[in-house]
Design a protein around this ligand. Structure first.
Ligand code: FAD
Length: 307
């Protein structure tokens, strides 16, 4: 991994730095580009706007690595309030939620995370929408896949995420390319050791295409989370080769990243879902977005320097 990216990702876990950056007035504008706002109401307003533009949405209440059961419970309650609000606004056909298990207690106890995710899935079922479990660093992969498998026994529509940069992922993809299985494929956003992950970007891209072939060749519903123009072209070709029509798979992109491309694909009839984060704990998320693109970092530093 490139040293600048490793350094920036290390900053994602630095709480003191997070507090300092959050206090800077210049930070607000950058946060607004990538985050819907801090409240449930902000999130629902932003989601409704995207739906009006013909897009689908997955909402994420920001927060991760919770060390307290009470905080995990607060996160669950926020998701329940969000789902309730989505019902009121009639948005459930196009808006689902993404959940990080570490935000609902995974680091404390896997069973607690399962029970908490269960509460969210039960509420989503009432609403007629779906839930996707985000994937975090490789130390949580087995646990997250176990929880996914347990939830899918009751709700086969619960989605999971696979990260192409992990060397294990082709084998995981083969196991998950089954009927009703909703799998988001992304490159992977964490700083991982070379024993478990490809470090070279080209190798990651090749792995992404291999995994995409496995998912497209199976009987599940692949969700391709990438902004990479080259990959998007290849994925369209591979989908056609496997006889998948638009709607038999979907593209996913982050809020604020390549919004024109999101709308272009949707106008062509593709299903495009925007990952829309909200909440007060936006720091770790923002830093991962900056690490993905030096131009974003330059934008951020320029804004800080102009204060
Ligand atoms: P890259 O090679 O990073 O980028 C390709 C091109 O896309 C760049 O050249 C640039 O043109 C554009 N681009 C990419 N990122 C940005 C940006 N931040 N700002 C502006 N332009 C950009 N990772 C996880 O580890 N776990 C998850 O659960 C997870 N969920 C995700 C859900 C969604 C919907 C998306 C889109 C990503 C998710 N990710 C997740 C992040 C993912 O792993 C990558 O870190 C991220 O998507 C960047 O990879 P890329 O495929 O866009 O390719």
């Amino acid at each position: 991994m490139n040293p600048l990216r490793s350094l920036i990702l290390a900053a994602a876990g630095n709480e003191a730095l997070g507090r300092a950056v959050a206090a800077l007035p210049a930070t607000r504008g950058i946060v607004d580009r990538f985050v819907a706002g801090e409240t449930v109401a902000d999130a629902v307003t932003a989601a409704a706007r995207l739906v009006d533009d013909g897009l689908f949405v997955t909402l994420d209440y920001l927060g991760e690595n919770t060390g307290q059961a009470a905080q995990a419970d607060h996160t669950v309650r926020t998701y329940l309030a969000l789902l309730d609000r989505l019902r009121g606004e009639g948005l459930s056909a196009r808006v689902e939620v993404s959940v990080k298990l570490s935000a609902v207690g995974q680091l404390l106890d896997e069973k607690l995370a399962l029970d908490n995710a269960w509460r969210i899935c039960a509420a989503a079922e009432q609403l007629g929408t779906t839930v996707t479990l985000d994937m975090e660093d490789h130390r949580t992969t087995d646990s997250t896949l176990r929880v996914l498998s347990e939830l899918r026994r009751t709700w086969p529509w619960v989605g999971g995420v696979l990260q192409a940069y992990l060397k294990r992922t082709e084998s995981d993809a083969a196991g998950l390319a089954v009927a009703d299985s909703r799998i988001r494929l992304c490159k992977g956003a964490y700083a991982e050791p070379p024993e478990v992950a490809y470090a070279d970007g080209h190798e990651v891209d090749l792995a992404y295409v291999r995994c995409a072939n496995i998912l497209l060749g199976g009987s599940g519903y692949p969700m391709f989370a990438t902004h990479d123009p080259r990959l998007i072209t290849i994925l369209g070709e591979r989908a056609r080769w496997y006889g998948r029509k638009p709607g038999g798979y979907e593209y996913q992109m982050l809020y604020g990243v390549r919004p024109d491309e999101q709308r272009r694909l949707a106008a062509e009839g593709e299903t495009v879902r925007v990952y829309l984060p909200f909440g007060e704990q936006w720091y770790g998320y923002l830093v991962r977005r900056l690490a993905e693109r030096p131009a974003n970092l330059a934008f951020f530093l320029r804004a800080l320097a102009s204060r």
